[in-house]
Design a protein around this ligand. Structure first.
Ligand SMILES: C[S@@+](CC[C@H](N)C(=O)[O-])C[C@H]1O[C@@H](n2cnc3c(N)ncnc32)[C@H](O)[C@@H]1O
Length: 274
């Protein structure tokens, strides 16, 4: 199958497999935007215990988040980001989300590969997980780096006026306040267990998509988990290709996607930022 045929057959689908391998089958310059939510490389002890010795239900035991060394994580980052860069149009943009564990390393790779940073947006979690041991501050944020492929291209998509409108008539700032993913949108299994430890809130991804793409644009999500970005793309009339290495997550993402309706009103349109 040639690369254009691969793109056609994967359009608006979630494909199970290693994104680094799968992206090699796609053609240069096909995508308008990439939303990348890679492993964090949290390097957590196992099991992680609360002071009362109960086990914290979170990222422990997530094989996809474990790397042999920082160097191995950096090599992984270079490999996927090189492919994402090739697949973007010259005026296309990348968003990468991460925590203090990985975002500085990812940001270095991004700059080394030639991306030009436009913003670093801070997602301030209005309901963060507490720091159970009380040994340091509660981590209440994640960082999203937004960057254009070619710094000479000033014609990247930024829907300034729409952002301003959403923000009650004031310029949208780079500090975004949203709660962690919860309620009906949280994908559950086995009658009440969170299916994915790092499912992102739809409102966060909506803002990313509304700000930096137009209807009909093509979005790449190499690490789609349980499908937040594909679902938001479908609702907002954007096309997408999603990759996910874990077959269970990929299937849950497909089920979620099947329920998403195009042109459902984005929640962003309904309210201003706090
Ligand atoms: C931080 S999570 C993404 C969560 C997603 N944004 C959501 O809202 O559900 C990272 C995901 O990347 C997947 N992953 C890790 N390595 C991968 C690879 N090489 N190719 C594709 N997916 C991978 C993991 O299985 C995990 O689901």
């Amino acid at each position: 199958m040639n690369s254009k045929a691969a793109l056609q057959s994967w359009l608006n689908r979630i494909i199970t497999g290693d994104c680094i391998e799968l992206m090699q089958h796609l053609p240069d310059g096909a995508f308008d935007m990439a939303f990348c939510d890679p492993p964090y490389n949290l390097q957590l002890p196992r099991p992680l215990l609360r002071p009362n010795r109960t086990v914290v239900d979170g990222m422990q035991g997530q094989a996809w988040d474990e790397f042999a060394s920082l160097q191995a994580y950096d090599e992984f980052t270079v490999a996927w980001m090189t492919q994402v860069r090739r697949l973007l149009k010259d005026n296309g943009t990348i968003w990468v989300i991460g925590t203090y564990h990985n975002i500085y390393r990812v940001g270095k790779v991004l700059m080394d590969l030639g991306f030009w940073i436009l913003n670093d947006v801070v997602w301030i979690k209005t309901n963060p997980m507490p720091n159970f041991r009380g040994t340091r501050f509660t981590n209440a944020q994640e960082t999203l780096i937004w960057a254009v492929k070619d710094r000479r291209r000033k014609d990247y998509t930024f829907n300034y006026w729409q952002m301003k409108q959403i923000n009650g008539g004031k310029q949208m700032r780079s500090d975004w306040y949203f709660p962690l993913c919860r309620g009906q949108e949280r994908v559950m299994v086995d009658g009440g267990t969170k299916a994915h430890p790092t499912q992102k809130p739809e409102r966060l991804v909506e803002r990313v998509i509304l700000a930096s793409t137009n209807e009909g644009d093509l979005v790449l999500d190499p690490f789609c988990g349980v499908g937040t970005c594909p679902v938001v793309c479908r609702r907002l009339g954007r096309s997408f290709v999603g990759f996910e290495i874990d077959a269970v997550y990929a299937e849950l993402a497909r089920e979620r996607l099947a329920k998403a309706r195009q042109h459902q009103a984005p929640s962003e349109g309904l309210r201003a930022s706090p």
